[in-house]
Design a protein around this ligand. Structure first.
Ligand SMILES: *[C@@H]1O[C@H](CO)[C@@H](O)[C@H](O)[C@H]1NC(C)=O
Ligand SMILES: *[C@@H]1O[C@H](CO)[C@@H](O)[C@H](O)[C@H]1NC(C)=O
Ligand SMILES: *[C@@H]1O[C@H](CO)[C@@H](O)[C@H](O)[C@H]1NC(C)=O
Ligand SMILES: *[C@@H]1O[C@H](CO)[C@@H](O)[C@H](O)[C@H]1NC(C)=O
Length: 673
C-alpha cells in the first residue's frame, strides 16, 4: 500500500513492547492469533498495538502513524459511498474514521435495519477495498450533531426515567443487547481477524458528561472487549480540559481532540494528555477543519490555509490525527440534532440539515481549495496515491411550480399522514410516549368559557416549537429557541385549542433526556388572577415518514383544495403539502432552493431531504444527490408549516428552484468555492 508509514516488514519486537503487550493482553483479554499472510507470525502478538518506549503505534511490529478522515456512512447515500471514499483516499489519508449510529440500525425496540444507508458492513468493507485502515467509533453515544446523539428515542418510551450513559441497569441491558447484535456483524473486520479496523472507541467525549461514572465506563470497556477480544485497540477521546480524567478508562488508550482555535496551545494540550497517559503515541481524534452550524446563526467557515498549517503543526509531533469532518454530508430526514446552553448562554439551538461543516470536501463530495491545501500537507508526510476522480456534474433544473395538494389538519390530511386514532389522556402525551421519532404531534383540547378578553395561554415547556390554532385558525407560535411560552387568546375565537408541536431535533450533547412534546401544565389565565389547567387532551401523531408521504402521493385523487386555501401566502389553517414534478434530461447533483418559503420538510422521489427554514437561515438550499434522480419526471413534495413562496398579489402557483450551487451562507451569503 502507498500509505507511506508502513515500511518493510521485519518483526523486531522490543522486549519492553512485549511486556506492555502482555499487560494489555492481560487487562483487555486474550491475545489471539494473527491470521495474516505474513511469513513471521507470533501467536500471542496483537497485529496493532502500542510501543510505549518509542511512543508510537505498531502495526505488525512496525511503527505506524495515521492521518484519517471522518466520513459517516449515514450522511451520504450508499451509491455515493465509493466516490466519497476514493476522493478521500486521493488526498493521501490512510485511515477512515466513522461512528456507528444505534438509532439508525435499531429505530424501534426489537426492530433492526441493515439495508441501504444502514448497510454499515458494506461501507466498512468498501473502505477496506479502497485501501483504508479503519478507526471505528460505535459509541453507543456518538454526539455527532445527530438526534439524541445517536441514542434511540425508544429508550425513553420503554424506560421513561432511564439515565443514559450511566450505570443504570436498564441502559446497560439495552447496550449489551445492541452490542450482541451489532458486533458479530463486524467482528471479521477487526485487524486481528484479518480486517482493517485497527481501533474501537469506548464511549465518546465522556469527560464532558456530568455523570463521570467510572462504573459505567469500566463496564462498557469490558462489554466492548467481550466482542473485540484483543483483535483491535480500544481507545477513548476526550476534550482537553480539567474534566478529561472523567473520560479516562483504565487500560484503554486515551486520545484527545481540538481544532484550529486551540492550535496555539498544542504543547499544553499534549501535556494534559501526557498527565493522563505518560507514554504512547499522541493522537488528535477530532481535528476540526470546519465547524457545525445551527439555524439562526452565521454559517461556520474556517480558512483552508490555517487548517493546512495547523495539520502540519500536529504532524510535526509525529502525532496521528483524524480530520473531523473530512467529508460531512447531510443530515437527511429528521436526523439532525441540537445543542443546549452553548458558550454565550443561549438555550436550545437546532443543528441545520446540511453537515457540510465547511469540511475538507463539500456536502456533495466535491473537492475544495481546502482539500488541495490539506492534500499538499499530507503529501509532505508520504507519497500520495494516484487516483483519478470523476466528480458528478452539478446541474440547475430551473423553476418548478408546486400545487397545494393536502391540508395536514383536514380530515383528509389526518387520514393520510397521521398514525391513526388520537390518544386521549389527561395530559398531553410526549413523542416518546407515542413511540414517535420525529415529525409533528397535534395536541387538542376544548377551551373552557373564558372570563377575560384576552386571556393569556401559558405552556410550561414546549419541545420545541408549537403553532397554536383555535378552531384551526392560526393565532401564534410558541418557541423554545425564542423562549416564548405564552400568548393571548381572545374570548369568542372558538372552542378547540390546537397546538401543533414540532420536534426540531433532540439535543446531542450533555443534556441527554431531551424528550419532545408538551411538558408541565398548559393553562389559561382567569379573571381572579389564577390559572386554569387545561386537561383532557387528544394527541395525534404525524411522524411524516417517507412511506406515508409517498403512498399518499401515489393514491391521491386530484381533488382541488378550497381556493381560499390555495391563494394563501401565510398558512393560516395549518401546514399544506405542495406537490410537483421536476423534469430531468441529464442527471446531476442539484440544490433545492427554498427561498421565499417558511419552514418545513422536503421530499424528492419520496426521499426526505431534511428540514428547511430559509427565513431563519443560514442554510437556504437542500442538497439533492444525483443518486435520487432519474431521467424523466421526478416528484417533489414540500410540507410547508408557515408560509408559501408567493407574492401577495399574484395568482401564480408558488415555486421552488433547482440550482447548481449550494447556498449555505444566508440569502445573500457567499457561495462556497
Ligand atoms: C453499578 O451497578 C451495579 C449493579 O447494579 C452496582 O453493584 C453498583 O453499585 C453500581 N455502581 C454505582 C456507582 O451506582
Ligand atoms: C518523530 O519521529 C522521528 C523518526 O522516528 C524522530 O526522529 C523525531 O525526533 C520525532 N519527532 C518528535 C517531535 O517526536
Ligand atoms: C432531564 O434530566 C435533568 C437532570 O437529571 C432533569 O432535571 C430533567 O427534569 C430531566 N428532563 C426530563 C424531560 O425528563
Ligand atoms: C419563489 O421562488 C422563486 C423560484 O425559486 C424565486 O425566484 C422567488 O424569488 C420566490 N418568491 C418569493 C416571494 O420569495
Amino acid at each position: 500500500m502507498s500509505g507511506g508509514c508502513r515500511c518493510t516488514r521485519k518483526l523486531t519486537l522490543a522486549m519492553s513492547g512485549c511486556v506492555i503487550i502482555l499487560v494489555i493482553a492481560l487487562t483487555v483479554g486474550l491475545c489471539v492469533g494473527l491470521g495474516g499472510d505474513d511469513e513471521v507470525k507470533r501467536e500471542d502478538t496483537p497485529k496493532f498495538t502500542i510501543d510505549h518506549e518509542a511512543n508510537t503505534f505498531l502495526l505488525d511490529g512496525e511503527p505506524f502513524q495515521y492521518v484519517s478522515g471522518s466520513f459517516h456512512y449515514f450522511r451520504a447515500l450508499p451509491d455515493a459511498w465509493r466516490s466519497r471514499l476514493q476522493t478521500m483516499r486521493a488526498s493521501g489519508l490512510n485511515a477512515l474514521d466513522t461512528y456507528i449510529e444505534w438509532s439508525l440500525h435499531n429505530p424501534h425496540d426489537g426492530v433492526y435495519n441493515w439495508e441501504g444507508i444502514a448497510d454499515v458492513v458494506k461501507f466498512l468493507e468498501m473502505a477496506q477495498e479502497e485501501g483504508f485502515y479503519i478507526v471505528l467509533r460505535p459509541g453507543p453515544y456518538i454526539c455527532a450533531e445527530r438526534d439524541n446523539g445517536g441514542l434511540p428515542h425508544w429508550l425513553f418510551t420503554k424506560y421513561p426515567n432511564i439515565k443514559v450513559r450511566t450505570n443504570d441497569s436498564n441502559y446497560l441491558a439495552e447496550v449489551e443487547k445492541w452490542y450482541d447484535i451489532l458486533m458479530p456483524r463486524i467482528q471479521h473486520l477487526f485487524i486481528g481477524n484479518g480486517g482493517k479496523i485497527i481501533m474501537v472507541q469506548v464511549e465518546n467525549e465522556y469527560g464532558a458528561f456530568d455523570a463521570c461514572d467510572h462504573d459505567y465506563l469500566n463496564w462498557l470497556r469490558d462489554e466492548t472487549e467481550k466482542h473485540v477480544s484483543g483483535n483491535a485497540l480500544l481507545f477513548t477521546v476526550d476534550i482537553p480540559n480539567e474534566r478529561m480524567s472523567c473520560g479516562k478508562i483504565e487500560n484503554v488508550f486515551a486520545t484527545t481532540d481540538f481544532g484550529i482555535d486551540r492550535i496555539h496551545e498544542i504543547d499544553e494540550i499534549w501535556k494534559m494528555l501526557r498527565n493522563l497517559q505518560p507514554t504512547g503515541p499522541l493522537v488528535n481524534s477530532e481535528f476540526y477543519p470546519g465547524w457545525l452550524t445551527h439555524w439562526q446563526e452565521e454559517n461556520q467557515r474556517r480558512d483552508g490555509q490555517v487548517v493546512a498549517d495547523a495539520l502540519k503543526t500536529i504532524l510535526s509531533y509525529n502525532a496521528s490525527v483524524n480530520l473531523y469532518m473530512f467529508f460531512g454530508g447531510t443530515n437527511f430526514g429528521f436526523t439532525a440534532g441540537a445543542n443546549w446552553n452553548l458558550d454565550g448562554g443561549i438555550g436550545y439551538a437546532a443543528d441545520v440539515t446540511s453537515y457540510d461543516y465547511d469540511a475538507v470536501m463539500d456536502e456533495a463530495g466535491g473537492v475544495t481549495s481546502k482539500y488541495e491545501l490539506v492534500k499538499k500537507a499530507i503529501g509532505e508526510l508520504w507519497t500520495l496515491p494516484e487516483i483519478t476522480l470523476t466528480p458528478a456534474k452539478r446541474l440547475s433544473y430551473g423553476k418548478v411550480e408546486l400545487t397545494p395538494s393536502l391540508q395536514l389538519l383536514s380530515s383528509e390530511g389526518r387520514a393520510a399522514l397521521s398514525k391513526g386514532v388520537p390518544v386521549e389522556s389527561e395530559k398531553p402525551k410526549t413523542f416518546e410516549e407515542l413511540d414517535q421519532y420525529s415529525g409533528l404531534v397535534l395536541y387538542e383540547t376544548t377551551l373552557p368559557d373564558m372570563d377575560l378578553d384576552p386571556a393569556l395561554l401559558k405552556v410550561e415547556q414546549i419541545n420545541d416549537r408549537a403553532q397554536v390554532f383555535v378552531d384551526q385558525e392560526l393565532v401564534g407560535t410558541l418557541s423554545r429557541e425564542a423562549n416564548i411560552y405564552a400568548l393571548p387568546l381572545s374570548k369568542g375565537w372558538g372552542s378547540t385549542l390546537q397546538l401543533l408541536v414540532e420536534n426540531q431535533g433532540r439535543v446531542n450533547y450533555d443534556l441527554l433526556n431531551d424528550t419532545k412534546g408538551i411538558f408541565g401544565d398548559v393553562s389559561l389565565q382567569l379573571h381572579n388572577g389564577g390559572y386554569l389547567t387545561l386537561e383532557n387532551w387528544k394527541s395525534t401523531s404525524f411522524p411524516l415518514e417517507e412511506a406515508a408521504v409517498a403512498s399518499w402521493l401515489k393514491q391521491r385523487t386530484n381533488k382541488e383544495l378550497d381556493s381560499l386555501i390555495t391563494r394563501q401566502r401565510i398558512l393560516r389553517n395549518g401546514p399544506i403539502l405542495y406537490s410537483g414534478t421536476v423534469k430531468v434530461d441529464e442527471i446531476g447533483d442539484t440544490y433545492l432552493n427554498m427561498a421565499g418559503w417558511g419552514k418545513g420538510v422536503a421530499y424528492v422521489n419520496g426521499f426526505n431531504l431534511g428540514r428547511y427554514w430559509p427565513v431563519a437561515g443560514p442554510q437556504v438550499t437542500l442538497y439533492v444527490p444525483n443518486e435520487l434522480l432519474k431521467v424523466g419526471d421526478n416528484s417533489i413534495a414540500i410540507l410547508e408549516y408557515q408560509r408559501a413562496n408567493k407574492t401577495t398579489s399574484g395568482t401564480d402557483l408558488p415555486a421552488v428552484q433547482f440550482d447548481a450551487v449550494a447556498q449555505l451562507d444566508g440569502q445573500s451569503g457567499d457561495v462556497k468555492k
